[in-house]
Design a protein around this ligand. Structure first.
Ligand SMILES: [Zn+2]
Length: 237
């Protein structure tokens, strides 16, 4: 995709100082704090910085939930970004260079005043995927790990046993949140989707595969949609 073909970023106000920025099926989030704003992910590319600067006049710090291309397209517009070091190798494999990253660890807190996010490592979709838990406002951002649209679980870096462990971890944390903000598909989601994802992942790992459905034409022939319990994965059997 060249820059002219990139779909526009479309901001949607969710709450005070809280926006979703939609771009043709992928979603960033922007939070305005007292002295800075936190941008979570950077879409396919295009002038995301100009879009954010219409929403906030605070300096913007970017955080990357994981290093897939649809979350990092405009990352270079923002200077070094927060990313978990467990994601650096995955970025390197995908891009042939090291990320321009500031390390962020499990349990780290990003307190911007109006919001305080706690970092949770959620491997499986990618090795260093992270979630952001806002305990006081009782919501969590989960990148691509939780969604009503099929979760990409085929190819380099994906790991279904790690994913299942992560869903267990998020389930343990679920008493701390009422709302899940995903990076793709319907938003927001209720925590009971975790039960569905856990069931589907556990069944497939026990070799109880649902009947496969065709995936998208741009995906490898061997990749199918495996769907049950109202959720789905893109997987290669
Ligand atoms: Zn994605």
């Amino acid at each position: 995709m060249n820059k002219q073909q990139l779909p526009p970023y479309e901001p949607v106000k969710i709450d005070e100082k809280f926006w979703a920025i939609e771009q043709n099926g992928v979603r960033c989030y922007l939070f305005e704090g007292e002295d800075m704003a936190l941008l979570v992910d950077a879409g396919f590319g295009g002038d995301l910085k100009a879009v954010c600067e219409k929403l906030t006049d605070k300096p913007i710090q970017l955080l990357i939930t994981h290093a897939d291309g649809d979350h990092m397209g405009a990352a270079s517009q923002f200077g070094p970004y927060y990313m978990h070091p467990a994601e650096y190798s995955y970025y390197h494999i995908r891009n042939g260079r090291q990320p321009d990253a500031i390390p962020l660890w499990e349990g780290d807190k990003i307190d911007i005043g109006s919001f305080c996010f706690e970092i949770v490592l959620i491997p499986g979709h990618t090795p260093g995927s992270i979630a952001l838990l806002e305990r006081e406002k009782r919501f969590i951002l989960t990148g691509d790990t939780v969604g009503k649209v099929p979760v990409y679980m085929f190819g380099t870096g994906r790991n279904l046993p790690a994913y299942l462990a992560t869903i267990g971890r998020l389930t343990d944390l679920a008493p701390a949140f009422d709302t899940i903000w995903p990076a793709h598909g319907k938003r927001p989601l209720a925590p009971d989707i975790l039960d569905s994802l856990r069931l589907l992942a556990a069944e497939i790992l026990a070799d109880k595969w649902p009947v496969p459905q065709p995936a998208a034409p741009h995906m490898p022939e061997s990749v199918k949609v495996y769907s049950d319990h109202g959720v789905a994965f893109f997987l290669e059997k």
